[in-house]
Design a protein around this ligand. Structure first.
Ligand SMILES: N[C@@H](CCC(=O)N[C@@H](CS)C(=O)NCC(=O)O)C(=O)O
Length: 199
């Protein structure tokens, strides 16, 4: 399987981390985002969004990092993506991540890393407030769970976890959220969890 990727991308690192956890070797094709390779016609033919990551397995092309990690985990039997009703809980947190958590994260990303040194404090304040609201939802969920969906590591931990690699770089508002710290400190020091961290 070929993975079109760039390790600068948190969504791509999710895929690398899950592949590592599953012991799946991928043929890596780095897409140079700074050079605009994601907008080259050959790449747009695979992923019309012009984004990484994209997985190619024979005639199957999968984009959207959360769909890709489900595809990888679906290659065999794994507790990361069990064939039980727990799957819907995992999906719930994956949709939550891509709809709610990532939205303020992307706004902070844009202002802190790509605003040419001229960040808009109003956008930062709103995004910080929104991120905190969702972080509190996660923290409450983790009060009774070692992992995002219960007592075992699943795809949901990878999907949700990648955001928390930016606690330092983006000054994410997670003060006092002890359950998140306990979960993330343990997960981000595992071999696969470390792959989620920004380089
Ligand atoms: N929802 C998509 C987001 C993919 C995405 O936003 N990728 C970014 C890097 S994190 C990208 O390729 N940006 C390049 C561009 O927009 O030109 C996923 O989870 O795969």
């Amino acid at each position: 399987m070929k993975l079109y990727t760039n390790l600068f991308s948190p969504n791509a690192r999710k895929v690398h981390a899950v592949a590592n956890e599953l012991g799946i070797e991928l043929e890596i094709h780095t897409v140079d985002l700074r050079a605009g390779e994601q907008r080259a016609p050959e790449y747009l033919a695979l992923n019309p969004n012009g984004k990484v990551p994209t997985l190619v397995d024979g005639d199957t092309v999968v984009w959207e990092s959360n769909a890709i990690i489900c595809y990888l985990a679906g290659q065999g039997d794994t507790d990361l993506w069990p064939k039980s009703a727990k799957r819907y809980d995992i999906l719930r947190w994956m949709f939550w991540e891509s709809n709610h958590l990532t939205n303020p994260l992307n706004r902070l990303f844009g202002q802190k890393f790509f605003s040419g040194g001229n960040p808009d404090q109003v956008i930062i304040e709103r995004a910080t407030k929104d991120f905190r609201k969702y972080a509190e939802v996660l923290d409450a969920n983790l009060a009774n769970n070692a992992y995002v969906t219960g007592d075992t590591l699943t795809l949901a931990d990878f999907a949700v976890g990648v955001a928390f690699g930016y606690i330092g770089p983006l000054e994410l508002p997670v003060e006092g959220l002890g359950n998140i710290h306990r979960w993330w400190d343990a997960f981000s020091t595992t071999e696969s969890g470390k792959i989620l961290l920004p380089g």
